[in-house]
Design a protein around this ligand. Structure first.
Ligand SMILES: CC(C)(COP(=O)(O)OP(=O)(O)OC[C@H]1O[C@@H](n2cnc3c(N)ncnc32)[C@H](O)[C@@H]1OP(=O)(O)O)[C@@H](O)C(=O)NCCC(=O)NCCS
Length: 309
């Protein structure tokens, strides 16, 4: 039986850091308001000439290096993004070229907003299990700062830029154990970008807490696991209060949750691979552990996946 396993991770954050105190000079807000409502302290902002594919490239190079593979072994590239370089070509095709991959393998973007990385990882897993790919690069990359209305204090304080990447490879041992994906377009108006991000924050908050609790329960029940079997919850980093609610539902202590929201803000599809890479590189995530990832985003889309590291 063929499974798929994450064999390397990488991430990249633009150099410029924008703190809550910096934001106090841009809109009518305070560090205390932002921190108490969201858990965010600072976020990174891409330079003017930095594109989503540039962030994706840096994260990918690190993931490829950590995997010990040659870039040309990659036979599928999936980029989850809601802030592509342009309408087309896809950011995945641009990334393929920037990586110097000339093997003609498929490359495409996934648009599921903040749910994008879970969608992308599940897609990679299915390609590998079906025998259609052996080595897949899955990237979450965003430059959300260009989609923010910097006069709207209800949104511009919450988001940031960044990228994270994983290399997923065919294996005879289980790695990505299971995933559950959902969408419900009836709720699409709560969070939109047309072209600037607009959000009904309170409605999104309530919806996020409910569907994330439901989907992690659905996944664990199917796998006959309890919250206590999870070594690390690596959630989408939108808001500390949403993360705390999900951890509580699982009966998990916050010590078992990987948190990057304070320093990254909400980086949409990039947030889970950024957090994964952080915890892999600092040694918290170790071989054999059970890792649970979950995310919800505009659409609405949501999902969760269980990974045996
Ligand atoms: C956005 C969010 C932080 C707002 O927190 P909240 O407690 O719901 O706050 P409210 O929207 O009720 O606003 C409370 C007050 O703060 C004000 N306010 C909004 N943004 C503010 C800011 N940046 N600074 C200071 N005050 C602000 C509001 O105008 C409102 O004032 P009023 O009471 O005088 O009308 C919260 O709703 C949230 O996290 N939602 C989910 C967002 C999310 O995760 N989205 C991504 C999903 S992938």
């Amino acid at each position: 039986m063929t499974y798929s396993k994450i064999i390397g991770t990488g991430s990249y954050l633009p150099a410029k850091v924008l703190t809550n105190y910096d934001l106090e000079k841009i809109v009518e807000t305070t560090h205390d308001w932002i921190f108490s409502r969201s858990g965010i302290v600072e976020r990174h902002i891409a330079a003017e000439n930095e594109l989503t594919s540039d962030l994706a490239l840096q994260a990918s190079l690190k993931a490829i290096e950590a995997s010990g593979i040659d870039a040309n072994e990659i036979d599928l590239i999936i980029v989850a993004t809601t802030s592509p370089d342009m309408s087309f070509p896809s950011t995945a095709c641009i990334l393929q070229d920037k990586l110097g991959i000339k093997n003609g393998s498929p490359a495409f973007d996934i648009q599921a907003v903040c749910g994008g990385f879970v969608y992308g990882l599940n897609t990679a897993d299915l390609y590998i299990r079906a025998g259609q790919a052996k080595t897949v690069l899955v990237v979450g990359a965003e430059v959300l700062s260009r989609m923010l209305d910097w006069n709207d204090r209800t949104t511009c304080v919450l988001f940031g830029d960044g990228a994270g990447a994983v290399v997923v490879r065919a294996s005879d041992q289980p790695g990505i154990v299971a995933a559950k994906l959902h969408a419900d377009g009836r709720h699409r108006k709560m969070l939109t970008a047309d072209p600037m991000i607009a959000m009904d924050g309170q409605a999104v908050f309530k919806f996020a807490v409910k569907v994330l609790s439901d989907v992690v329960e659905e996944l664990l029940e199917e796998q006959k696991l309890a919250g206590s079997d999870i070594n690390w919850l690596v959630p989408h980093q939108a808001n500390i209060r949403i993360i705390e609610a999900t951890a509580k539902k699982l009966g998990l202590k916050m010590e078992n949750v990987v948190l990057t929201v304070a320093n990254h803000g909400n980086t949409s599809a990039a947030s889970i691979p950024l957090a994964l890479d952080t915890a892999v590189r600092d040694g918290r995530i170790k071989a054999g552990q059970n890792i649970l990832i979950e995310a919800v985003g505009g659409g609405f889309t949501w999902g969760a996946a269980l990974i045996k590291w």
